[in-house]
Design a protein around this ligand. Sequence first.
Ligand SMILES: Nc1ncnc2c1ncn2[C@@H]1O[C@H](COP(=O)(O)OS(=O)(=O)O)[C@@H](OP(=O)(O)O)[C@H]1O
Length: 273
Amino acid sequence: MLPTLPQSKAWWFDHLFQYQGFWIPSFGIRGSMLINDHFKPRSADIIVATFPKCGTTWLRALVFSIINRNSFDFSDHPLRNANPQELVLFFEGYLPCRFVYICRDPKDVFVSKWHFANKLRPKELPPLSLEEAFDLFCKGVSEYGPFWDHGLGYWEASVESPKKVLFLKYEDVKKEPLGCVRKLAGFLGVPFTPEEENNETVAEIVGLCSFESLSNQNVNKSQTSSGERPVGNSDFFRKGEVGDWVNHLSPKMVEKLNQITEQKLQGTGFNFD
Ligand SMILES: Nc1ncnc2c1ncn2[C@@H]1O[C@H](COP(=O)(O)OS(=O)(=O)O)[C@@H](OP(=O)(O)O)[C@H]1O
């Protein structure tokens, strides 16, 4: 089927193919087909779904530590010995189970994705320039893009089915981590008990999953990858800040991205204000 699909240059894989409206690497298309044909979700399943660079690693760590909070000691926790990417599986698509989704200001997503792409690109390829990447991102052409359509799909699903889809924003989790972790636990069906509130379990989870804590675990300082991808655990931790785009984007780029975002999300109730 691949030769019949529109193709484009990828940021970090060989090619991207336009499949059901999104730009996806070939293994992602195979995965999506396998899920559609064979994956039988149970109603208790939780699926962590994100657009790349919106906070996947963070959300995986939070979901894992909330769900398993009675199984491990915070001082000797699996998150101290494994990258969060290895602890929770995730899938793309809409299935009859619960989803947690995290979105992020596209300006920060773009900057984060551009840095990541240049880490992952095969050595024989020239680095992807900021300008070229920007042009592609604005056209929606980047791994799993367009960014806006991806977010909008989950946003609409969360409005339609709030018990099935929880829509979080990276900026909100940064600003109010305790409130967001309580909301996440409630959505997952495991709200914090008064006793846990007294014991400051919420703060323990927020602390354990923070950028500072995770990026300083030895396992996450390593460059070696454990999976098929040529990516080191440390590559999932760059700055972990809101607004790093000011250091990379020109005023013109900012204006253009803001304009696209406004246009695409107009009237949907989904915004980054
Ligand atoms: N714990 C925690 N808290 C806050 N921020 C964090 C955390 N872990 C990772 N990060 C930052 O998230 C960005 C990577 O996004 P993803 O984890 O979605 O990447 S990936 O799609 O799974 O490859 C990337 O953002 P940038 O620093 O802006 O590049 C990471 O630094």
